[in-house]
Design a protein around this ligand. Structure first.
Ligand SMILES: Cc1ncc(COP(=O)(O)O)c(C=O)c1O
Length: 369
């Protein structure tokens, strides 16, 4: 309790220690960026007919009214697309929001949560915010997940929650179907499979396992292959009884009317998405080939719309030099296993060319001083 008029620091001390010890999620940028290849987004905006459809929907929207408690039409469309009942789905404001919902449901102070490394940083941040105990499992030498290590960590801790991303961000590497099945079968609690990049994965989804395994939850997003990062739509699939429980901790009204309309229009146009995914796969493969051809550059080939790579220069210097040419990629050095690594998302072929030319210039520029 504070007795006299509190100072700011007195109030700061009232913030939960787990929050104070955390960091804001800030991606970071430079001024004057024209080629943005740092967040694994689709380089293609919604095609014109879909944008016009959306403008029409916006013109008709009832801005003064809350959206429906459950976005029925969207849930139904996602259920149909995935061959699961509507009750198996929670839709959220991006899959990021549903990651926090997972924390609300399954992570209490001290709860062990098994996470392979290196994996999308939001998971460990979410576990720490809830006071959970991160049980990290180091990767194999090739940066792939150590599946036997994960099985051992699950058995050792009896973890109520294990999280695996495939294809993984930031490595782009996949977990094989048979290894995923081993993990699902052995999990002592819930196992979340984040399939944010599933459209790029030749091994496909484990959605068919949902009927058999009530401990399996699958996270998806419309931010990547579907090109809707700007609107924030993600969803979680699981056994209807588990989803029913999770609904109790979800924030109300997380999908607004406009996001729902846009998501529905993209889902109605499956052909457009498939065509764009095919383009992005080709562009990523071409980018990998050109990048590996640059002297001193090594590339990790995965199954996503981005690439992890190393150059002889420090990531900070490369980022600075690219930014001078208006190009933004990502320094992955914040992950302890990825010191020295950079990540680039595929752009259009023109954007990739600009990036490759700028990178060659950056790597051959004379060093200062
Ligand atoms: C593995 C993974 N999961 C989830 C997300 C976030 O998705 P959303 O935009 O739906 O919050 C990302 C975004 O980079 C990601 O890489």
């Amino acid at each position: 309790m504070i007795e006299s008029k509190p100072g700011v620091q007195d109030i700061v001390r009232l913030v939960r220690p787990e929050v104070r010890a955390s960091h804001e999620y800030i991606v970071g940028s430079f001024p004057d960026i024209q080629v943005k290849l740092n967040q694994n987004e689709s380089p293609l905006n919604l095609p014109e007919p879909l944008r016009s459809e959306l403008v029409e929907a916006v013109a008709q929207a009832q801005f003064n009214r809350y959206p429906a408690e459950f976005p029925h039409a969207l849930r139904a469309a996602l259920a149909a697309q995935n061959g699961v009942p509507e009750e198996s789905i929670i839709v959220g404001n991006g899959s990021n929001e549903l990651t926090y919902t997972l924390g609300m449901c399954f992570v209490a102070p001290g709860t062990p949560v098994v996470v392979p490394r290196p994996m999308f940083s939001l998971y460990e941040a979410m576990i720490r915010l809830h006071g959970g105990a991160v049980v990290p499992v180091a990767p194999r030498d090739d940066l792939s997940f150590d599946v036997d290590g994960l099985l051992a960590a699950m058995a050792r801790t009896g973890a109520p929650l294990t999280i695996v991303t495939t294809p993984n961000n930031p490595t782009g590497l996949t977990v094989s179907r048979s290894d995923l099945e081993r993990l699902i079968e052995a999990a002592p609690g819930v196992i979340v499979v984040d399939e944010a990049y599933v459209e790029f994965n030749p091994e496909g989804s484990v959605v068919d396992q949902l009927r058999e395994w009530p401990n399996l939850l699958i996270l998806r997003t419309l931010s990547k292959a579907f090109g809707l990062a700007g609107l924030r739509v993600g969803y979680l699939m699981g056994n209807p009884e588990i989803i029913h429980e999770m609904m109790k901790s979800r924030l109300p009204f997380m999908v607004d009317r406009i996001a729902e309309a846009a998501a529905l229009s993209v889902l109605r146009n499956e052909g457009v998405v498939a065509e764009r995914v095919a383009h992005m796969k080709t562009w990523t493969a071409d980018l990998a080939q050109s990048l590996s051809g640059i002297q001193g550059v090594t590339v990790l080939t995965g199954n996503t719309n981005f690439l992890l790579f190393q150059t002889p220069l420090t990531p900070t210097l490369v980022m600075e030099r690219l930014a001078e040419d208006g190009i933004l990629i990502r320094n992955m050095g914040g992950y302890p296993e990825l010191k020295g690594y950079l990540r680039v998302s595929t752009g259009t072929p023109q954007e990739n060319r600009l990036f490759l030319d700028a990178l060659e210039r950056a790597l051959t520029a004379p060093s200062e001083g």
